[in-house]
Design a protein around this ligand. Sequence first.
Ligand SMILES: Cc1cc2nc3c(=O)[nH]c(=O)nc-3n(C[C@H](O)[C@H](O)[C@H](O)COP(=O)(O)O)c2cc1C
Length: 184
Amino acid sequence: MQQDIAETLLAIIKKRRSVRQFKAEKIPFETIKTLADAARWAPSAGHRQPLEIIVVTDEKVKEQLSKAALSQSHVKNAPVVFVMCGDVARTKERYGERGRNLYVIQDVAAATQNLVLQATAFGLGSVWVGAFNEQRVREILELPSQVRPLAIIPIGIPDEKPVPPEKRPLAQVIHLNKYGQQIN
Ligand SMILES: Cc1cc2nc3c(=O)[nH]c(=O)nc-3n(C[C@H](O)[C@H](O)[C@H](O)COP(=O)(O)O)c2cc1C
């Protein structure tokens, strides 16, 4: 086992926090592209790769997105906002309703987790925003009908250091072989 890599990865996973206050400093496009690249390497059902990423740096568009996201200020205050979308048609074509209702959502969620972990590795802060008016976001970004916005991720240099939230204990979360059986 590559113990050092395993430890580094776990440290990054645990270091990631939802950051909602950002410094005004811009993020270089090279970094933005690397973040999108990390997202692109996530697995997807049948390798259909339904991921579409809208990178938003325009102040007016960020303002509009913030309004569509229940006026969450972190959406407009971050220097860059990634809107993680899924091309539902790509997955539905192969997998029908399960592709539409489940796989495309999982595909984009996996890509989004890659994105926020890569951001953490760069020392950047991010927050996963799921509360938004989907129709409004579609209109603002001029998305074609088959492309569904699934997560909004503001990213920037952190201007706060959030305290890690309590997690349910591991023993409560894992079940051995059958639900309710613990690993001692
Ligand atoms: C699917 C999903 C939707 C979320 N939606 C929002 C949101 O709309 N606004 C927000 O500020 N945080 C949102 N969060 C962030 C959670 O509040 C946060 O992950 C949780 O409180 C745990 O904190 P941590 O991310 O620092 O571990 C969302 C997270 C997920 C995974």
